[in-house]
Design a protein around this ligand. Structure first.
Ligand code: PMP
Length: 307
């Protein structure tokens, strides 16, 4: 048994700070194990969600759970726990994380343990894992100076391949793109679709601001329907800034005033360079900053009430 229990010994920092729930049982991150016969491990056959807390409360849980179920349905994968059960597992798992500061929560649902082979019938029960770990805020320079993206040479999956709308554990497309960014010292990788249009980044959605209007690639460009992307349409309406979807190309970038990326954990991050292309004035934009401020106001307002 020891060999099972210690198989993350010597693992990188951070894992011990995590609290993990495997099928309802909570342990510390360095104790949590899943079978090597789990089809999530063998084939990436599963789906996931990443949430974060504000005021130590999970934010927009209903939207994340709805997307989890929609992703699972695309794989004909069951998510046996009810939303109420998943919410209570999120709370149980979070309790094991350092009591101060915000928490990142990842829910994974895989096909479960089964013999080798792609037939889903060999797996009896899905595996449901929740990983909770401290949220690490971005370094201060990210908001202050903005970040650089690279345009990845790898294309975003064609929607008739593994459709990017599915938030699946099969993440090699994203991993390969991000490796290009890392090699180039960039913050994120921007992926084009099979038509050469901007799709999204490896772990975030992309927006530009042109003449006071905020534009983001449409869903049929082949991208994940980000919870933060959707929230941005509402946040824009709050502050009187129009947010719309529009087909965007790399050739549009010289004419945009601002650019930013969004995700649950990173919120809104200003982009000032794409490869060698300077965006707008070369510094974080004013509309970007207003959207970020309003998003945070909304997040705090929605999470600060009494239990
Ligand atoms: N696109 C991809 C490929 C992602 O992995 C993420 C992060 N989950 C996003 C977009 C942003 O989605 P969200 O705002 O829901 O975190």
């Amino acid at each position: 048994m020891d060999s099972v229990k210690t198989n993350t010994a010597g693992a990188p920092d951070g894992i011990g700070e995590a609290s993990v729930n495997v099928n309802g049982v909570v342990t510390s991150g360095d104790q949590a194990v899943v079978s090597v016969f789990d089809h999530g491990f063998l084939y990436g056959d599963g789906v996931y969600e990443t949430l974060r807390t504000y005021n130590r409360r999970p934010f927009l849980t209903d939207r994340h759970l709805a997307r989890l179920r929609a992703s699972a349905a695309r794989l004909s994968l069951e998510v046996p726990p009810t939303d109420g059960e998943l919410e209570s597992r999120l709370r149980d798992t979070m309790r094991g994380v350092h009591p101060h500061g915000e928490v990142v929560l990842r829910i994974l649902v895989t096909r479960g343990v089964g013999d080798l082979g792609y037939d889903p019938a060999v797996c009896r029960t899905p595996t449901v894992v929740i990983i909770a770990r401290p949220h690490r805020a971005s370094p201060e320079w990210v908001d202050r100076d903005g970040v650089r993206l690279v345009v990845a040479s790898v294309l975003r999956n064609h929607p008739r391949s593994v459709d990017p709308v599915i938030k699946s554990n099969n993440l090699l497309n994203n991993v390969l793109a991000m490796q290009e960014a890392v090699r180039d010292g960039a913050y994120e990788a921007l992926l084009l679709n099979h038509r050469g249009e901007l799709a999204e980044c490896s772990q975030s959605n992309v927006f530009v601001v042109r003449d006071g209007v905020v534009l983001t690639p449409p869903l049929d460009a082949g991208l994940l329907e980000g919870v933060t992307r959707n929230l941005l349409f509402e946040v824009g309406a709050d502050i009187g800034v129009p947010v719309r979807d529009a087909v965007l190309r790399q050739s549009d970038l010289p004419a945009v005033d601002e650019m930013f990326i969004t995700s649950t954990t990173r919120e809104v991050v200003p982009v000032v360079l794409v490869g060698g292309q300077v965006i707008g004035s070369g510094g974080p934009g004013r509309v970007t900053a207003r959207l970020l401020a309003r998003l945070r106001e909304r997040a705090h307002a929605l999470t600060c009430g009494a239990d």
